[in-house]
Structure formats: structure tokens, C-alpha cells
Design a protein around this ligand. Structure first.
Ligand SMILES: [Zn+2]
Length: 296
């Protein structure tokens, strides 16, 4: 009986000690673990914040000018609107012909320099020079993009240089288009909703008073992202896309004839995502990579 009691008491003591140990040990381990985790996460956040703060802005060269559009105001809308959405630093080259009769044939002077794009991370083309025919000049505009420089092509940039007997600019853009339908409201459909550039773009977007450019040729690396239906052609035309030209990534949209379209947050959000994607600075959720968010 006594032996049995003793055994029971020892067992109870062991059990109590064990429990105490467990009670003591678990919180200590947890505490140490959580302290360690907090310290690690804290350190990582500090490092990441320091990294983000030291990220240099993307150097954007915006080339604008030419026929038929209000480039004087569009350059302001775009530079302010895109800088409010991503970490960008703009250099703007706005050049028009001295004489209005030459507005479609003017050759932007910087393109005459073979190194015209040197020092920039991306070029935003918002130009309208459809009647230029000088092939070496046009090929010289496409070349840095073929070699890897990212590009953003807005609206009439797709119709620029279409009179030149070379496909290099068209291949750089991603498509051949020679004409557009009459100015009217366009219902733009998101046809690639899982693409990072289309994150946040509505399923359908009404773009008032714009021009639908007719796709004539879509080159091999053209990926349609948005389309609108052509009343003249009775078929869909891609009006938002991404493309790869040589080593260069290209984002393009033929939308943006009027300033009101460019001022729309849907448009500016889209172009900002497209620009960051072209530069490899957009994550899968359509957000800028750390450091490439707009600066406060
Ligand atoms: Zn236009």
C-alpha cells in the first residue's frame, strides 16, 4: 500500500515537474522564437526600406510632337500623371516642324544621332510623323529598342513612319496599321485580365471620343491585352498590347487621341503599369516593384 502510494506520489511529482517544465519551456521557446522573428523581420524591413529609398528613378525620355494632337498639354498630363504613379524622372523632347505644312514629314533632330537613346531606361513615344520616308532614319529610331531599350508607344506613334518602306518601326510597335475609324466612343474590352499590365483595368471601359486604329498585321510577339469592335471592318482590333522586339520589351496602346482620354485615371494607371512592365519593374499583381512606387 505504501509502495503504491509512493509510486503514485512520484508519478504525480514527475507529472507536475513535467507539466511545469512544459509550461515553462514552451513559452520560453515561443518568446525566444518570436523575439528572434521580430528582430529578423525588423532588420529585413529596415534593409528593404533603405533599399527602396536608394532606388534611382527610371529615366524616361518622352518624345512628342507632330500632326493632329495637343502635344503641348499631353506632355504635361503624361509626365505629371505617370510620376504620380511610379518613380520616374522625365526628359521631354517636344519638337514640331518649323512650318505647319511639314508637320507629318518632320524628322525629330535627336534621332539623327546614333546614340540618341543613350542614358535612358525607357522611351515613351507620343509622336505623329506619318509621312516620313527616310528608311535609315526610321530604322535608327527602332534600333535601340531592338537592342533592349524598353519602349512605350502611345496613339499616333503607331501611325508614325508608316510611309517608310521598312518594317522595323512597325515590328517595334508590334503591329502594322495604316488607318483608323472615325472618332467616336469606344468600348474597350479587357481580353487578357490575368496579365500584370491589365490588373485593375476594368472588364470594359468606355473611352469617349477616340480613334480605333485598324490592325493590318500583328507581328509574332504581339500579345493583345485590350480590344474594341470596328464598325467599318466589323471585327475586333487590338488597341492595348505588349510586344517584344529583339531584346526590347514594348507596351503600346493606340488609344489617346484626346487629352480627356489621357487625363482619365484608367488610362494613366494603364500606361504606368505598361511602362513599368516594359522596364521589368511591375510585379504579377500589377504593382511597382519595391522602390519604383511614386515618390511622396
Ligand atoms: Zn489621333
Amino acid at each position: 500500500m505504501r509502495k503504491g502510494l509512493l509510486r503514485w506520489r512520484n508519478f504525480a511529482l514527475d507529472l507536475r515537474t513535467g507539466l511545469v517544465s512544459i509550461v515553462l519551456l514552451v513559452p520560453m521557446k515561443k518568446l525566444l522564437l518570436s523575439l528572434l522573428l521580430t528582430a529578423t523581420v525588423g532588420a529585413l524591413l529596415v534593409v528593404r526600406a533603405a533599399d527602396s529609398a536608394s532606388v534611382k528613378p527610371l529615366r524616361v525620355l518622352m518624345v512628342c510632337g507632330g500632326c493632329c494632337h495637343d502635344y503641348e498639354n499631353q506632355k504635361k498630363i503624361l509626365s505629371a500623371g505617370l510620376s504620380a504613379r511610379a518613380n520616374l524622372e522625365f526628359t521631354i523632347v517636344h519638337e514640331d516642324a518649323a512650318d505647319k505644312k511639314d508637320e507629318r514629314t518632320h524628322q525629330v533632330s535627336i534621332y539623327k544621332n546614333a546614340d540618341w537613346a543613350k542614358g535612358y531606361d525607357v522611351v515613351l513615344h507620343n509622336e505623329c510623323f506619318g509621312a516620313v520616308t527616310d528608311v535609315p532614319f526610321v530604322d535608327g529610331i527602332a534600333k535601340p529598342h531592338f537592342d533592349g531599350l524598353p519602349a512605350v508607344m502611345l496613339h499616333c506613334s503607331t501611325h508614325s513612319y508608316r510611309a517608310a518602306a521598312t518594317d522595323e518601326w512597325r515590328k517595334c510597335v508590334g503591329q502594322k496599321s495604316m488607318s483608323h475609324e472615325k472618332n467616336r466612343d469606344l468600348l474597350v474590352k479587357n481580353v487578357n485580365p490575368t496579365h500584370p499590365v491589365m490588373q485593375g483595368f476594368p472588364k470594359e471601359w468606355l473611352d469617349p471620343k477616340d480613334e480605333l486604329y485598324k490592325n493590318e498585321v500583328l507581328y509574332d510577339h504581339f500579345v493583345p491585352l485590350g480590344e474594341a469592335f470596328g464598325e467599318d471592318t466589323q471585327k475586333n482590333h487590338a488597341c492595348i498590347w505588349v510586344n517584344t522586339y529583339g531584346k526590347g520589351r514594348v507596351f503600346g496602346t493606340t488609344l489617346g487621341h484626346n487629352n480627356a482620354t489621357m487625363e482619365d485615371p484608367v488610362y494613366l494607371d494603364l500606361v504606368a503599369r505598361g511602362l513599368l512592365w516594359a522596364c521589368g519593374k511591375l510585379d504579377d499583381a500589377g504593382k511597382p516593384l519595391p522602390g519604383y512606387e511614386a515618390k511622396p
